[in-house]
Structure formats: C-alpha cells, structure tokens
Write a protein that binds this ligand. Structure first.
Ligand code: IPE
Ligand code: IPE
Ligand code: MG
Length: 256
C-alpha cells in the first residue's frame, strides 16, 4: 500500500471535514452518577438507579425531537459484575421491570429497541423480556434505541476477532484480506452508523470500556450533572456544544 494509505480512504475522509452545525444523528450516553445521586440524599444506591430509569424515559422521549435517529445507552458493563450481589440483582430487577412496562409505550413512540452485549450469564427472565421487547418494537422508525447491557468494548472486539478467525480457519477468508468492514460486521452494532456524540454524566472523563471501536471519531461531551438529574435542557446543551465542533477525521480544517 502506498505511503499514507489508499486514496479512496483519504478522499472519503476529507469530504467529511466541516464545522458540524447540525445535530448528531447518533448519540451515545454513559449514564453515570446514580450511586452518588442516591448517596447525596442518604438513600441506597438502588434508589439512584430507579431515578436513573426515569431519566432514560425522559431522554428517549425527547431525543427524536432533535433529529436524533440513534440513541445508545450504557446500562450495565461487563465490569459492573464486580459490584455487590444485591446491587446487581436489584439493578437487573429494575431494568427488567422498565423494559417490560415500557415496551408498549416504546411501540407507540416509534422506538426500535436493540440490546448490545452478551446474553449468556444474564438472568433467563431478563433475556426473555429483552427478546420480547426487541421483537415488539422491531417496526419502530422514529428512533433506534440501543441498550448496552452486559456489554464491554474489548470483549466485543475479541468476539468479532474470534468470528473472523473461524472464517479464516474454514478457508472462507484470507487473513490478509480482512478489512475494517469485516470486523465491523461482527460487532453488536453492525450496520449502525458510529456515534457522532458521546455524552458522559457525573464528570468522569473516561470510556469505561464503552464502544471502543465505534467511538474512534466521536465528539466527547462530559457534564458534571448526575444522570438522575439530567434533563432535556442538559441534552440541548450537549447538542449545542456538538454543533460548534469541527470534525476533522485526521484531515485539516476546511477554511476556504
Ligand atoms: C451508573 O451509575 C449506572 C451503572 C453503572 C449501572 P453508578 O451506579 O455508576 O453511579 P456512581 O458512579 O456510583 O455515582
Ligand atoms: C460505566 O459506569 C458503566 C455504565 C454507565 C453502565 P461505571 O460507573 O461502571 O464506570 P467506572 O467504574 O466509574 O469507570
Ligand atoms: Mg459510576
């Protein structure tokens, strides 16, 4: 390959350099701070998780009004199993309740739900409710809601590499021919556009193993607001910050 990569990639990337001005089509959110929100009130952590689900309701309802077509929420990481058993169990009960109760409303709102993550190891009742929700909402056209549950970015990439390696083993694919698109096709998010904007609440400035592949060129917005306190107004602030960004994708600013 010539120095600097192939011209097609370079040309394609260059076309995309611009000050954004329009709202993102895909927003990903690391919903953080439920525990601290509860602690501030002298209440158990699960109280914070319950309040966090109210925020999910609000933001899912609001998102399509801003032109957002894809919303991906980090609900439970593969590392969150390190938490006390009672918190994990309580969290799954709450999530399951939310998905179960909310499915009809999501259908009405035109929301299509997909869960990203490993289903093995999840409570069977939760897996059932998730599959039912995906199936019931599958015709939704207004918003694609991704819920990352038992999800880890590194694990997702390893899983994709294993699938590619299996194809190489059976002779269907040559190692040297593997492309980014091949790897992408084995991710949980295959076929979806990458997030344009990543929002993280509660002030932490890290990815915590979220969408490591997909966030390669996303704009990042961190707010100190704790997730249960995050409002539609906070979302519009994040969107307004995004609109002022200049996305370069490795190129140079387009100031002509
Ligand atoms: C985010 O809130 C929700 C999950 C990770 C499930 P946290 O529970 O991480 O809240 P903090 O970070 O302890 O405040
Ligand atoms: C990230 O938050 C995971 C979710 C929001 C589901 P954490 O609270 O688990 O992240 P760390 O531990 O602070 O990095
Ligand atoms: Mg946290």
């Amino acid at each position: 390959m010539p120095y600097g990569g192939d011209m097609m990639t370079r040309g394609k990337r260059k076309d995309r350099i611009s000050c954004v001005r329009t709202n993102p089509q895909h927003v990903a959110i690391i919903m953080d701070g439920n525990g601290r929100w509860a602690k501030k009130r002298g209440r158990p952590r699960l109280f914070g998780h319950r309040a966090g689900l109210e925020t999910v309701r609000r933001i899912v309802k609001a998102a399509p009004n801003y032109g957002i077509k894809y919303l991906t929420l980090y609900a439970f990481s593969t590392e969150n199993w390190r938490r006390p058993r009672l918190e994990v169990e309580g969290l799954f009960t709450l999530l399951q309740e939310y998905v179960d109760k909310e499915t009809t409303e999501l259908v009405k709102q035109g929301v299509r739900v997909r869960f990203f993550g490993n289903r093995e190891g999840l409570p069977p009742e939760a897996v059932k409710v998730m599959a039912h929700c995906e199936q019931q909402t599958s015709a939704g056209k207004r918003l694609n809601l991704g819920i990352a549950l038992n999800y880890g970015g590194r694990g997702e990439i390893v899983r994709a590499v294993q699938a590619l390696a299996a194809r190489v083993e059976t002779g269907g694919l040559k190692a040297a021919d593997i492309t980014e698109a091949d790897l992408e096709s084995h991710l949980f998010t295959h076929g979806l556009p990458d997030p344009d904007l990543l929002i993280r609440t509660s002030g932490e400035q890290r990815l915590s193993n979220f969408l490591l592949w997909q966030l390669a060129y996303s704009e990042i917005y961190v707010t100190s607001v704790l997730w249960p306190d995050f409002t539609e107004e906070d979302l519009t602030e994040a969107l307004s910050s995004y609109r002022q960004r200049e996305r370069r994708f490795g190129g140079i600013p387009d100031k002509g």
